[in-house]
Design a protein around this ligand. Structure first.
Ligand code: NAG
Ligand code: NAG
Ligand code: NAG
Ligand code: NAG
Ligand code: NAG
Ligand code: NAG
Ligand code: NAG
Ligand code: NAG
Ligand code: NAG
Ligand code: NAG
Ligand code: NAG
Ligand code: CU
Length: 562
């Protein structure tokens, strides 16, 4: 009896303290510079374990993965575990100067990736400068042993990671853009699993190929790590059935193509039910603003068996790059599975209503400088008219250790100056934002509704918004200005999708809800790299609750220092 009590209190202590429910796994990530040849040229890129894309992490629901990140590269680095909520553990989240200082060359940091209810496909990527262009990989969260998928068991699971490739050094692309104030150079190619496919110059041998057996069902775990575009994806002659997104199951729906945001994951099934042959899978950007290359990346689906393959596989017809309806209507079809076995928990009431505008702006050029952005100024971006200025130490460090002067707590709950956000010609007086390192403080357990409102300043575009530390329910979306009187009546509070990244339509709005039950400092940002670079980010500080399991864990001893 005594033994049992000790055992139970020990168990309680362990669970209550580190919240471990599954297994503890361990993995080594060695950051290194590696030479790489692509598209008629060679350059040095930053990689993990010399691989591009980096290693896939496999885990099961509720596991904790300890990743020893060892920086043997020439650059400061941080790694973010995209879509992992990290309950009470913001220390390992990864965004540079938000939750940690960079891991400097020659140093290391053991990060704890604490999974809870995530199930399906997630991923990891560098979260500093533009290094995620080559430092990324998949994080697959399988069901617990003995649990089934809520869809037909696939014969195989195939990761499809979309990427974007520049022939130049990525540091130069970033530096040049920042210096000139103009848009960044367009990329040279898009990639599927690190390969451009054979429609680009010198790329015949650089094509990802998948073998399939006639009649079988396959699961594609799609991840969009493209830097600056939503992507369309399609397989010639094969329909796709969406079954999950952002590590949550969805109500299955069949589509001829997928539209996937940077930061988003989508799990799709397809059946190899066509004439045995070779078929292209293809992906190309959806873009309505900014520099981009209208090019197509391909992979090849090859049926097994004895047949004569065509000299060139069939290429699917993707939606036009400017087709906003094709992109929006796909995103609008996502719904949570919401069954007894996979219930959801949408906040039905709201304690805090927030409205954030998303704008592309300009700064005037300094007198002694030359700028090539709009109106001879510099591109900036903002949330509620504040363009984020990176602090010198991490906000989490400053918050936890009460260091003054690093950030301010005045991030506005509503736009500081309401106007017709989607009007055709926004007066120039409204184009210039304000500098700030501003956070929004939220009390523990608050039920938050956040409405993202696109603006038409400098033309308007879509914004894939990503929140760290949480998944959120996407309860509503629409065109034009959000109307608090009218629009909530059309919310879906029954089976809204649970996402960590959501594309807010151009000149439209999107409403999300989440329960602020994960204390810490959590970044909110657009997942278009050009927009983050120009300042489209802010952080929430979610305060601790009273009970022990509502408090942050203490910082790890090997936390990098600035
Ligand atoms: C990390 O660095 C510390 C200090 O240099 C060293 O003691 C430790 O062995 C390193 N850990 C790993 C996993 O390399
Ligand atoms: C960006 O594009 C310009 C114009 O084509 C070119 O001169 C410049 O070298 C490019 N920069 C990089 C880093 O590729
Ligand atoms: C794909 O779905 C569309 C509409 O749902 C249908 O018209 C078409 O026949 C399907 N194609 C294949 C190859 O199954
Ligand atoms: C974009 O590429 C597609 C496929 O190559 C082509 O059909 C289309 O005309 C291109 N659009 C523009 C505006 O270049
Ligand atoms: C493949 O089919 C051809 C023509 O039908 C036949 O000559 C050949 O023997 C077959 N090969 C195999 C491995 O079955
Ligand atoms: C312009 O002047 C500011 C201060 O007046 C200085 O910080 C900046 O470095 C100067 N820029 C250039 C390009 O000389
Ligand atoms: C806002 O601007 C749009 C586009 O010009 C216009 O259609 C709409 O009527 C305006 N809304 C209001 C409330 O003025
Ligand atoms: C943003 O703030 C700047 C500086 O205060 C102001 O000039 C501008 O009008 C504001 N824009 C909006 C859209 O509120
Ligand atoms: C905003 O801050 C940046 C430094 O991050 C500075 O270069 C710029 O001049 C500031 N602009 C304004 C309008 O305050
Ligand atoms: C959090 O809110 C829920 C109601 O939504 C309540 O049942 C629970 O007790 C609250 N927890 C804490 C720690 O405040
Ligand atoms: C690397 O990070 C450290 C710590 O913040 C900083 O002092 C240093 O300037 C950074 N190095 C570069 C090249 O950005
Ligand atoms: Cu954006």
């Amino acid at each position: 009896m005594k033994f049992l009590i000790v055992y139970f209190s020990l168990l309680f202590f362990i669970c209550g303290f580190v919240a471990v429910h599954g297994k503890i796994l361990r993995q080594r990530f060695v950051l290194q510079d590696a030479p790489y040849t692509r598209l008629c040229g060679s350059k040095s890129i930053l990689t993990v374990n010399g691989k591009f894309p980096g290693p896939t992490i496999y885990a099961r629901v509720g596991d904790t993965v300890i990743v020893d990140v060892i920086n043997r590269a020439s650059e400061n680095i941080t790694i973010h575990w995209h879509g992992v909520k990290q309950p009470r553990n913001p220390w390992s989240d990864g965004p540079a100067y938000i939750t940690q200082c960079p891991i400097r060359p020659g140093t290391n940091f053991s990060q704890r990736i604490v999974l809870s209810d995530e199930i399906g496909t997630l991923w990891w990527h560098a979260h500093i400068e533009w290094f995620r262009s080559t430092v990324y990989g998949a994080l697959v969260v399988l069901p617990n042993l003995g649990d089934q998928y809520p869809f037909p068991k696939p014969a195989a699971e195939i990761p499809i990671i979309l990427g974007e490739w520049w022939n130049s050094d990525i540091r130069e692309v970033l530096r040049e853009g920042l210096q000139s104030g103009s848009d960044f150079n367009a990329s040279n190619a898009f990639l599927i699993n690190g390969q451009p496919g054979d429609l680009y110059p010198c790329s015949n041998s650089d094509t990802f190929k998948v073998k399939v057996d006639s009649g079988k069902t396959y699961l594609l775990r799609m991840i969009n790590n493209v830097m600056n575009n939503i992507m369309f994806f399609k397989i010639a002659n094969h329909n796709l059935t969406v079954v999950g997104s952002d590590a949550a199951y969805t109500k299955p729906f069949t589509a001829e193509y997928v539209a996937i945001s940077p930061g988003q994951t989508i799990d799709v099934l397809f059946v190899a039910n066509q004439q045995p042959s070779h078929y292209y899978m293809a992906s190309r950007p959806h873009n309505v603003a900014g520099n981009f290359a209208n090019t197509t990346t391909t992979a090849i689906l090859e049926y097994t068996g004895n047949y004569t393959a065509p000299s060139s596989p069939l290429l699917p017809t993707l939606p036009d790059f400017a087709d906003e309806v094709a992109s929006d209507s796909f995103t609008a079809r996502l719904r949570s599975l919401a069954t007894e076995a996979h219930p959801i928990d949408v906040p039905q009431t709201v304690d805090k209503e927030l409205l954030f505008t998303l704008s592309v702006n300009i700064f005037e050029c300094a007198l002694n400088e030359t700028c090539n952005g709009p109106l001879q100024g510099r591109f900036r971006t903002s949330l509620n008219n504040i363009t984020f200025v990176q602090p010198r130490i991490s906000i989490l460090d400053a918050y936890y250790n009460r260091v003054n002067g690093v950030y301010e707590e005045d991030f506005p709950q509503n736009p500081p100056f309401p106007f017709n956000y989607t009007m055709e010609f926004v007066p120039q007086l409204l184009w210039i934002p304000q500098n700030g390192t501003e956070v929004r403080v939220v009390e523990y357990n608050t039920s938050v509704e956040l409405v993202f409102q696109g603006t038409n300043i400098l033309g308007g575009t879509y914004h894939p918004m990503h929140l760290h530390g949480y998944s959120f329910y996407v309860v509503g979306r629409g065109n034009g200005n959000f109307d608090r009187e009218r629009d909530p009546s059309s919310y879906n509070l029954v089976d809204p999708p649970l996402q960590n990244t959501i594309a807010v339509p151009r000149n439209g709005w999107t409403a999300i809800r989440f329960k602020a039950n994960n204390p810490g400092v959590w970044l909110l940002h657009c997942h278009l790299e050009r927009h983050v670079t120009w300042g489209m980010e802010m952080a929430f500080i979610v305060r601790e609750g009273k009970s022990q399991d509502a408090k942050m864990l203490p910082p790890p001893a090997d936390m990098p220092r600035c």
